[in-house]
Design a protein around this ligand. Structure first.
Ligand SMILES: Cc1cc2nc3c(=O)[nH]c(=O)nc-3n(C[C@H](O)[C@H](O)[C@H](O)COP(=O)(O)OP(=O)(O)OC[C@H]3O[C@@H](n4cnc5c(N)ncnc54)[C@H](O)[C@@H]3O)c2cc1C
Length: 286
């Protein structure tokens, strides 16, 4: 492995200065789990890594906003911190559920919320979940700060809308006690394998009627993708087999699912039909 510079700034300002470079091999580092894999595979050779571990501020920890309406989660929060939090389990139980099949405890102890989002890998479990929860990301750069919906972060396969030198600082998740959410990690070879498809759903139930719904597909597509047509079939409908079948067909028709080593396109489309129906039934308690 070629040698590189490791910088450990103690403030956000210092980190932004260390990242201010035209060299694409200068990168921020969260937990380093994805970076190290890319370096070992010789897909990436950094000239400088800027560790965000010591910068503090809003990058660490998580809390409810003063008005109780938003969970603010620092980008350097590790998955284990989320997994073990009673507050997360109470307000965002789908996050606790997702952690149970995400990687392994060694990875969860170091991998961070910000690094996971910035990596842009469409197979990752949390990005579709944040999207279906209606979360936004707070991004900080030399020229200031911006807040965008999580779905606007992903622009293609391993591609994000982050500008060079910009940092994800926080994930802002609305607290919506009336909504119910579920993440289906659908693997085809072994339970702990990368998903053939990931499906995150959130619904606002009103008795047996689906008052509102959000559905996000990942892994089988090049980025976490809202299934808008399937949502439109379900929104306002009373749950029944016929509606779920139409939603499944709408979902398949609106996505471009490629064949890969986790299954043929036809097989993954059938997985989508089946698991969408199951996920909606689960969140509707039916
Ligand atoms: C053995 C193994 C199994 C895994 N299994 C799963 C799994 O089942 N499900 C799953 O979802 N994931 C899985 N992962 C992937 C893991 O979730 C990612 O590696 C991890 O989320 C990346 O987080 P990190 O903090 O380590 O990122 P890093 O490796 O530090 O960084 C990743 C990228 O994000 C950039 N970056 C980091 N922090 C920031 C920031 N705050 N702002 C802007 N850019 C930033 C870095 O420059 C780099 O480009 C697995 C990983 C391993 C090693």
């Amino acid at each position: 492995m070629a040698s590189f510079e490791l910088i450990e700034p103690q403030s956000v300002e210092e980190a932004l200065v260390a990242l201010d470079s035209d060299d694409p091999a200068v990168r921020p580092m969260g937990g380093g789990t994805a970076l190290m894999l890319m370096m070992k595979a010789q897909l990436f050779a950094p000239t400088r890594l800027v560790s965000l571990r010591g910068i503090g501020g809003g990058f660490s920890g998580f809390s409810l906003s003063g008005d109780g309406e938003t969970f603010c989660i620092g980008a350097m929060t590790t998955f284990s911190e989320l997994e073990q939090s009673v507050e997360i389990a109470r307000h965002l139980p789908v996050i606790t559920q997702t952690m149970k099949t995400l990687a392994n405890v060694r990875v969860r102890n170091v991998a961070t919320v910000g690094g996971n989002l910035a990596h842009g890998d469409p197979h990752l479990d949390l990005p579709p979940v944040w999207t279906t929860l209606g979360a936004r990301v707070r991004i900080i750069g030399q020229s200031g700060e911006r807040v965008i919906p999580v779905e606007e972060l992903f622009v293609g396969y391993y591609e994000t809308s982050l500008e060079p030198g910009e940092l994800i600082a926080q994930v802002l998740v609305p607290v919506r006690p009336d909504w119910r959410s579920f993440y289906a990690k659908v693997t085809t070879r072994a339970e702990h394998d990368w998903p053939a498809l990931g499906l995150a759903v959130s619904v606002l139930p009103e008795g047996e009627r689906i008052a509102d719904v959000s559905i996000v597909l990942s892994a089988a597509v090049d980025r976490p993708t809202r299934l808008v047509n399937a949502e439109n079939v379900l929104r306002g409908s009373v749950l029944c087999d016929e509606v779920l079948t139409r939603a499944g067909e709408a979902a398949v028709a609106e996505t471009d699912i490629e064949t890969d080593n986790r299954g043929s396109s036809a097989y993954k489309k059938q997985l989508l039909r089946v698991h969408l129906g199951r996920a909606i039934r689960k969140v509707m308690g039916a």
